[in-house]
Design a protein around this ligand. Structure first.
Ligand code: FHN
Length: 447
């Protein structure tokens, strides 16, 4: 009896150990690319892009409102109360003659992005592809005949990017039974089921069967969704995806209020950067200015330096950064966005090694000014020290327990002198390391 009890205790400890060590139970091959990628492009593009944030003499605000709510340009139909028929008629004007899938994806590639996600259908219900279950789609536009998603998929394959689709499975303002904003009378469960079975599930199936995506990006963001996106519906959707694709990743926003255990990665709130490590792979969806979709009067652009700091901070906690751009209705990318992408790509050209395929480094506590990533290659181990702000001195002291064989500035490859001190190692940085508004990375090769 005693021996049996001891045996079960040992088994129990064995079962609990990986949880305590925060290791994932089994390696999940389909997630490898996602965990290595760190940086992706998000695109919000649809009929709302035609309006560019203004309608009927009114313009959507380009900042968060005092009540904490955000009026994004893709919400224009609801926020500025455009009648359904009028909004629907925008389809006749959707003619993005300057759309060039190759140019978009080349821009993502040059920015150092490793994956691409586009709004195949946003809350307005308009499908960017020719759908069999809805006529509110690309077939209703002068651009019919062009396979926007197919062209983007081909370009992603050409440039080696993974690709996925945002699909608004809950909100659908065009369908008479799809979910609508909280300030309108809610749909009842039986009605919603007609949308669910008649449009939401069949369109998800179409996207997988036609385009074989690496990821589906579903969208719920708070408790509101739980009335209609029940655990039963969440699991039904997950089962559908799993039955059609071995590789397609599913994000946690499929049911933000209760994602369950079968999602692949956690989706943070918009522009939210966690301070702690997470239990699953994760990413932050983020805007370059205030809005997601194109807004001609949203001038709130973040600097590339600020966005690089978000990327680096996320990487230092094992997370990804999915950065959005809102193309114009003609298919061109807004130039302030392109400029920022190119600036970020320029930094990643020499510093990307410290971002991609790295993991969090726990031996030294991060600060506001310095964060760390690490990488193992064969029997080599590297630690990357990201200096997020200019140092007051060019002497960098790190409380590192492990021995360092070599130290260099990653940007230029120049060797940096180091000495052992009581508290760890002291590295002498070139005086010009405090030179430009950029992030300097010191690469340590461990012994
Ligand atoms: O309502 C949407 C919004 O328009 C946008 O698509 C973002 C992206 O994360 N998701 C919802 C709000 O969280």
């Amino acid at each position: 009896m005693r021996i049996k009890k001891a045996g079960s205790i040992i088994i129990l400890i064995f079962l609990v150990m990986p949880v305590l060590g925060q290791e994932k139970a089994t390696p999940n091959d389909k997630l490898i690319w996602f965990e290595e990628a760190r940086f992706g492009m998000f695109v919000h593009w649809g009929l709302y892009s035609i309006l560019g944030g203004s309608y009927g003499g009114r313009t959507m605000p380009d900042t968060t409102l005092p009540n904490g709510k955000s009026w994004y340009a893709e919400w224009i139909q609801q926020r500025l109360e455009i009648p359904n028929e009028e909004y629907r008629a925008l389809a006749k004007k959707f003619n993005p003659v300057n759309f060039d899938a190759d140019a978009w994806i080349a821009e993502a590639k040059n920015a150092g992005m490793k994956y691409f996600v586009i709004t195949a259908k946003h809350h307005d219900g308009f499908a960017l592809w020719d759908s069999e279950v809805s006529d509110f789609d690309i077939g209703a536009t002068p651009f019919k005949g062009r396979d926007i998603l197919g062209e983007l998929v081909a370009a992603c394959k050409k440039y080696g990017l993974h690709y996925g689709f945002y699909y608004s499975h809950w909100q659908d303002w065009e369908h008479p039974q799809g979910a609508i904003p909280y300030w309108k009378p809610a749909r009842n469960d039986a009605d919603f089921e007609k949308y669910w079975k008649g449009k939401s599930l069949p369109q998800v199936k179409e996207l997988i069967v036609r385009y074989d995506p690496d990821m589906l990006w579903f969208d719920t963001w708070d408790e509101e969704a739980k009335e209609l996106i029940t655990p039963k519906r969440r699991d039904e959707l997950i089962d559908l995806v799993r039955s059609l694709s071995q590789k397609c990743l599913i994000n946690g926003r499929i049911a933000m209020h209760d994602p369950g255990n079968d999602i692949d990665f956690l989706e943070m709130m918009d522009n939210a950067y966690p301070k702690e490590m997470q239990q699953k792979p994760w990413q932050t969806p983020a805007t370059m200015n205030h809005t997601w979709a194109y807004h001609s009067k949203d001038f709130n652009w973040k600097s590339s330096g600020q966005m690089l700091r978000y990327l680096v901070n996320n990487a230092s906690k094992g997370g990804n950064y999915l950065l959005n751009i809102g193309p114009k209705a003609d298919g061109s990318l807004p130039l302030p966005g392109v400029r920022r992408l190119r600036e970020m790509g320029a930094w990643l050209l020499t510093n990307g090694e410290a971002i991609y395929k790295t993991s969090a480094f726990h031996d030294i506590s991060p600060t506001q000014e310095i964060v760390y990533t690490q990488k193992k290659e064969g029997n080599k181990k590297y630690v990357y020290v990201h200096l997020l702000s200019d140092l007051t001195s060019n002497q960098l002291v790190l409380p590192l327990k492990e021995e360092v064989a070599y130290c260099e500035l990653l940007d230029t490859g120049e060797s940096l002198p180091m000495t052992l001190v009581d508290t760890g190692i002291s590295i002498k940085l070139p005086t010009r390391a405090a030179y430009d508004n950029s992030i300097n990375v010191v690469k340590l090769t461990l012994k």
